[in-house]
Design a binder for this molecule. Structure first.
Ligand code: NAP
Length: 463
């Protein structure tokens, strides 16, 4: 085959891979087509990697194959983690992506010096800074989520000034290197300063804000990969990096909007420390508890039930029991729907994935706005391990950290039933006034065990 034909085939394969990446993102935006989206992304990535093997400049395969083997050995176990560990797994994937981007940029610097142009140096410097800070930032995020590092925001006086000075130092070093690419001794200093900045960037952020931070780091890694694409003159890398960078950024914006928080609040707000509720100390207030038997009787007699799942359902892995409850209630003619808050759980789509895993039909899932319009006609709002996403303080308490966050208005249903283990707060660290309302029944216990008890009661009662 002539070199020009080989080149043409390579370009066409890259074009197909690029199209598959775009289709993947498109399909991933709906639960019904999400599986196709994953497959398209996988085929696109595999095609891009295999095509790269046929580059005429490639003469040595040994090191590539060793790297491929090591990557596979790390990747397979990483892909098999439990659903609740997906946020930290994702952070680890970003750390590896950032490591790859940073090290290739570093290698390119040493290979090309002293023939580097100023423009080439600027590309490499920016790419290596973003890659390095994303590497350490992602590792800290993964550590916080895995709880090997303290989850609470670690803050001290003058922190933002220190962090910004470190970033400024990295940028100044980059500018000096652009002006004098041959100052080889400055390059490792710039890399180390950038690595330190990644640590300083993420340590002051609370563990609970990590999903948003991860999505932002995702966008940084994408940006770094796109820049690397320019350095290596690889169109497929430019497009894949740009898609990664922009989708990560859009996701962060969606998450911030759904929490009614700004980027600056997430990045510098040290959110997630325990707050005292403006509604008064919780010991002064009375809650009404109920047993599984009572809950089963109320649910069985209802016409309409809206289930509001949250992080606790994920922790308890209660989704299969919830599906059994759904089946039993439907058999009795109860209209059961699932109201999905955009930031319920700890990652976007968390509840959708869990309910899909338990084969809950998609058409039973309703979004927050639909749920709120139906809530006043709903007999029972059954809250399973959700807290913040139903907290009326978001609408009424101006001093609350979640004030302005849209919520599912479970307090508007005729009866609210809440399954959780205690009166402890959730992610935002604030008390929930819903628990003290006359219409609310607290069902204290682990979500899986309690739903299981209700299922047993209902199944026993129907025989
Ligand atoms: P949440 O406010 O964190 O509340 C979860 C509740 O689940 C806790 O109050 C806990 O109470 C209960 N729970 C924990 N384990 C349980 C178990 N085994 N059985 C029963 N209950 C259990 O969760 P949410 O209502 O889903 O709200 C999500 C929060 O995360 C929001 O504030 C959102 O802004 C934030 N967030 C979400 C995302 C995202 O992408 N989804 C990203 C970043 C932040 P007990 O300890 O009393 O059981």
């Amino acid at each position: 085959m002539s070199p020009s034909t080989t080149q043409l085939i390579i370009e066409v394969c890259y074009l197909v891979a690029t199209a598959l990446f775009i289709l993947s993102l498109k399909w991933l935006s709906s639960p019904a087509s999400a599986r196709h989206g994953v497959l398209a992304g996988e085929i696109g990535a595999a095609l891009a990697v295999v095509t790269t093997f046929f580059h005429p400049e490639l003469v040595q395969y040994k090191w590539i194959l060793i790297a491929l083997l090591i990557g596979t050995m790390i990747g397979i176990p990483l892909g098999m983690v439990h659903m609740t560990a997906v946020p930290q797994r994702t952070a680890m994937s970003h750390a590896f992506g950032a490591l790859a981007a940073a090290t290739i940029g570093i290698a390119e610097y040493y290979v090309r010096t002293p023939h580097l142009t100023k423009f080439g140096m600027a590309e490499i410097a920016l790419e290596v800074i973003i890659g390095s800070l994303s590497l350490t930032g992602s590792l800290i995020a993964a550590g916080k989520l895995q709880e090997v590092l303290p989850q609470r925001p670690i803050t001290y006086k003058g922190q933002n000034l220190v962090s910004l000075s470190v970033l400024a130092a990295a940028l100044v070093l980059a500018v000096i290197l652009v002006l004098h690419p041959g100052y080889i001794h400055l390059f490792p200093v710039m890399v180390i300063v950038s690595l330190i900045f990644g640590v300083l960037l993420v340590t002051p952020i609370g563990g609970a804000d990590m999903p948003t931070v991860i999505s932002l780091l995702n966008s940084y890694v994408g940006l770094s990969a796109a820049l690397l694409g320019f350095v290596l003159n690889s169109k497929v890398l430019v497009v894949a990096g740009a898609l990664d960078g922009s989708s990560g950024f859009i996701l962060s914006v969606i998450m911030c909007k759904a929490m009614n928080r700004s980027f600056t609040n997430v990045m510098f707000g040290a959110f997630g420390q325990l707050q005292v509720s403006a509604a008064g100390a919780k010991e002064d207030r009375i809650v009404r508890g109920a047993s599984a038997e009572e809950a089963a009787a109320i649910l069985g007699a209802a016409n309409s039930v809206v289930v509001i799942p949250g992080y606790g359902m994920a922790v308890a892995q209660a989704q299969h029991k919830v599906r059994e409850l759904f089946d039993l209630l439907r058999k009795r003619g109860v209209d059961v729907k699932f109201a999905i808050h955009p930031v319920a759980g700890r990652m976007p789509g968390h509840m959708n994935v869990l309910l899909a895993e338990a084969d809950v039909p998609y058409d039973r899932l309703i979004d927050m706005d639909t749920a709120n319009s139906e809530m006043p006609q709903t007999d029972v709002a059954l809250i399973i391990g959700a807290n913040d996403v139903t907290n009326p303080a978001a609408k009424t308490d101006q001093g609350s950290p979640i004030y302005g966050m849209p919520i599912i208005e479970a307090d508007k249903a005729r009866t609210a039933m809440v399954i959780k283990r205690s009166l402890n707060p959730g992610f935002a660290g604030i008390d929930n006034g819903l628990y003290y309302m006359d219409k609310t029944l607290m069902l204290f216990g682990d979500a899986k065990a309690f739903v299981g008890d209700i299922v047993r009661e209902l199944a026993g009662g129907s025989h």
